[in-house]
Write a protein that binds this ligand. Structure first.
Ligand code: SF4
Length: 261
């Protein structure tokens, strides 16, 4: 793992995401190294030669947040890294940012796969409107470890439970849904006691990681390969069209709050 510290003007960027004013990415790169990572294009914007998941730039800044750029705004942390990746334990960039932010009155959405977020419960509890999104797409930890490094499924479920018990609004993002592999019903049934909202997004395969994901399916889930080929090589959208209708019905019947992304 190549790690370096980089001085930046500021770690906050204006967001184009609907409902989000600003995005905070405390790191460049992500050690979670998910094979389907939609953010891996970030590597092209750096001079890194290492594979995605094998480099991490730790941001430092002297920028001081101003009240008018924070109060009443909605911040997302993070969009192209995991702000609680395993190196946050040492570098504490996310914690330092939160220590600054808690002085203001704003909305915060944190997206992570790691239990390290529990370290900062003291700060999260000081923020009036905070939501935490934890993502997973299987309850099978063997499949999880094929797709992503670090943070086991039991760890993520325990983290969501603990956040909920501490009064934090919990969202489970069932994402990305792998056709025929992700069992969304099983995940909802296991977690609905401590998850207040579900988000769903379907696996999309961009050209930089399409080959790797399809190879994984061929090697480890060969019985589904032809179905994946239909979806991702022949652009047949019927599987996800039908699944969307099915998920909507399931959530509406159970009166579950949900969104698609
Ligand atoms: S946690 Fe998110 S940003 Fe990090 S590798 Fe996985 S998908 Fe990419």
């Amino acid at each position: 793992m190549k790690i370096k510290t980089v001085e930046v003007n500021r770690y906050i960027t204006k967001s184009k995401i609907e409902g989000i004013d600003f995005v905070i990415n405390p790191y460049v790169g992500c050690p979670n190294a998910c094979i389907y990572c939609y953010a891996s294009f970030i590597k092209q914007l750096t001079s890194h030669k290492e594979e995605w998941g094998n480099f991490l730039d730790v941001k430092t800044t002297n920028y001081v947040l101003k009240k008018r750029s924070v109060n009443g705004k909605t911040y997302l942390m993070s969009s192209t890294t995991d702000c609680y990746n395993i190196y946050e334990e040492k570098y504490r960039v996310t914690r330092k940012i939160l220590e600054e932010l808690v002085k203001f009155d704003f909305n915060l959405i944190i997206e992570t796969k790691n239990s390290l977020i529990l370290r900062d419960l003291d700060l999260l509890k000081q923020i009036k409107n905070v939501k935490v999104i934890m993502s997973l797409n299987t309850l099978d930890d063997k499949i999880r470890s094929d797709l992503e490094k670090y943070s086991s499924i039991p760890d993520r479920l325990d983290t969501l439970k603990e956040l909920h018990e501490n009064g934090i609004y919990t969202i489970l993002s069932i994402s990305p849904i792998f056709p025929y592999i992700t069992d969304y019903k099983e995940i909802i049934n296991k977690t609905c006691d401590y998850v207040l909202e579900y988000r769903f997004s379907f696996l999309t395969l961009k050209k930089d990681y399409k080959r790797e994901v399809l190879k994984y399916i061929k090697d480890k889930h060969s019985k589904y390969y032809m179905e994946y080929a239909k979806i991702y090589l022949l652009n047949d959208s019927s599987y996800f069209d039908n699944l969307k209708i099915e998920i909507e019905k399931y959530c509406q019947d159970l009166k579950i709050k949900y969104q698609f992304f």
